[in-house]
Design a protein. Sequence first.
Length: 264
Amino acid sequence: MSTPAPASGEILFEHPLGERMRLFLRLEALLFRLHELRQRGGRPLESTLATQCLLELGELLGRGDVRTEVLKELERLELLLRRFDGHRDAHGPRLASTLEEIGERRRRLFAVEGRFVDRLRASDLLATLRQRAAAPGGINGADIPSYRLWTALDEEERTRDLDRWITMLAPLRDALVTYLRLVRASAHPESCRAEGGHYERELTSQDPPVQLVRLSLPLSRRLYPEISAGRYRLTVRFRDFPDAERRGHPCAETIDFRLVLAVL
C-alpha cells in the first residue's frame, strides 16, 4: 500500500469535493499509517500506535455503512468504464485488466459478513481500549492492566493479534486502494498560474462531476493552498509557511503550479 507521490521536488495537496471522498481519504490515511507501523515490527511502541490507529479506524467505520458506499462507487466506476469497452481508442488489454481488478475487489468486499467495526469491536482488548481512548492519556497500563500485560508479551504474539485485525480490513483496504488510484488517474495535470497568489476558475457542468482536486508545486516555495471548491467553481489562495510557530501570510506573488481535476 502506498500514498500518492508527487514529482521529485514537489509537494502534492489533495482536496475532496464531497463528504464521501473526504471519508475515503481519511480511511486511506489511517490504513496507510497502520501498514507502515506493521512493517516496522511488533515492538511495544509500534503495537501501541497500531492499536490507536485501529481505534480511529473503528470510529470512522462506525459512522455509516462504509462497505456499501465503497461497493456503490466501485459499481459506478465499472459501469462507467464499460462504456469504453470495445471502443477503438480504448486500451483494450489495460481496460480489461482494470475491469477484472474492480470485479475482484467488489466480490471480495461483498463477501464480507457484517460491518467491519463490529468485527473489530469483537476483540475484548480493543473494546476496553476504546472505552478509555476518549480520556487524555487514558490508554495506559495503570488504567488497563490487560493492556499492560499485552504489551509485555512476546512480540510474536502481539504480531499475530495485529495481523488478525489488519487481515479483517484487507478487503476494504484493497477496494479503497483500487478506487482512489483510478480516480486520481482519471485526468492529466495541467499547468496553471496564480496571479497575486490567487487562482479562480469555473468548473463546467459535467457528468461525472469533479471528485478530487490535486494541486502540486515546488516544495522549495514553502507555500500551501487554501482550496475552496464546489460543483461549479474552484478558488485557490496561497499562503507562505514561515515556521511551525507562526501563521503564514497571503502570498502576493505569481505562482506556477500543476492542477488535476479528478472526475471519475
